[in-house]
Write a protein that binds this ligand. Structure first.
Ligand code: KDG
Length: 313
């Protein structure tokens, strides 16, 4: 039985080692916030299904092959021969500045619709995980998310929403009403401290109080190298970030979600759940690629005892 269902767009991402230019090398990878979370969960031994559309092109087939290879169920995924798989380019402009360029308008992934949902799989899952990226892609994609959330909520399945505000896809003003409409059916909100205002107003305490007042049960706030906080009606739990050498922070937020959801599935207490979330974030930030360096279950704790430059023999 599938423990977690996630819904979104998976893309082919092309990464540069420096400024993008003709004659430079780009390395292809699988990207997409929901796919990253799915792989993080699968590596920790959880059963997870990814739902979405890819184009009938080499990138779409490679997306499905990679997800399958990582142990993610893609039986509900649709290969759409009327549109291309979405692309993104991650340009390492300087050592400290990465820029994302999307070629995804009208992509197969943006055409995901409520008709694509594996309703019975969602109803029998423990969790549904969605992000604020998918509703930005198209009206049909926004309806697919809202319908999946309704199906899950009605069946008593906990809904996790990562705000994941992508300014290159939509403004705060556009995102706010769409994501806020989902909140009464959402069990967990995950947000960076700079994007909490997309879903609630005021200071962090005010925003959290408003979310809990709507029926949200837990709110995770990510602060990058400054750690994270998990708020519930019982109060707050804080965790420091795990001290690592950050080489690539893209995907760290998705890894954080995977860690949190994994701990929830294991029935862990809140402090342990938050610790696992920041630990997974550290694995992602200290390895290259959105998800390539994420740990298997036996590797999970290894990062906690590592000193810079260490070799385990
Ligand atoms: O969270 C990492 C994502 O940004 C990346 O994999 C692609 O989903 C993505 C997006 O839309 O930015």
């Amino acid at each position: 039985m599938t423990a977690v269902v996630t819904l979104g767009e998976s893309l082919a991402s092309f990464r540069s080692a420096g400024p993008i230019g003709f004659g430079q090398t780009l390395t292809p990878h699988l990207a997409g916030a929901e796919a990253n979370v799915a792989i993080g969960l699968a590596r920790l031994g959880h059963s997870v299904s990814w739902v979405g559309r890819v184009g009938a092109d080499p990138f779409g087939l490679e997306v499905l092959r990679t997800l399958r290879g990582e142990g993610v169920d893609v039986t509900a995924a649709v290969v759409d021969d009327s549109a291309a798989t979405g692309l993104m380019f991650v340009e390492q402009r300087t050592a400290d500045l990465s820029r994302v360029h999307y070629v995804r308008s009208g992509s197969a992934g943006s055409k995901v619709s409520a008709q694509d949902l594996p309703v019975e799989t969602i109803r029998s899952a423990s969790l549904l995980h969605v992000t604020g990226i998918t509703p930005a892609l198209s009206t049909e994609a926004a309806e697919a998310v809202s319908s999946a959330v309704a199906v899950a909520h009605e069946a008593g399945v906990r809904v996790s929403l990562d705000v994941n505000h992508r300014t290159r896809l939509w403004s705060r003003e556009e995102a706010s009403p769409v994501l806020r409409a989902l909140l009464p059916r959402v069990w967990q909100v995950v947000a960076g401290e700079d994007e909490l205002d997309v879903v609630a107003d005021g200071s962090e305490d005010d925003a959290v109080a408003a979310l809990l007042g709507l029926g949200v049960e837990q709110v995770a706030v990510k602060r990058g190298a400054a750690g994270a906080t998990l708020h519930t009606r019982e109060g707050r739990v804080d965790a420091d970030a795990v001290g690592v050498t950050a080489v690539d922070t893209v995907g760290a937020g998705d890894a954080f979600c995977a860690g949190l959801l994994s701990a929830v599935l294991d029935g862990a207490a809140l402090p342990e759940a938050l610790d696992r979330a920041v630990l997974l974030g550290a694995w992602a930030a200290s390895t290259t690629g959105d998800w390539t360096g994420l740990p298997t279950r036996p590797e999970l704790g290894e990062l906690l005892s590592v000193r810079p430059g260490e070799t385990h023999r």
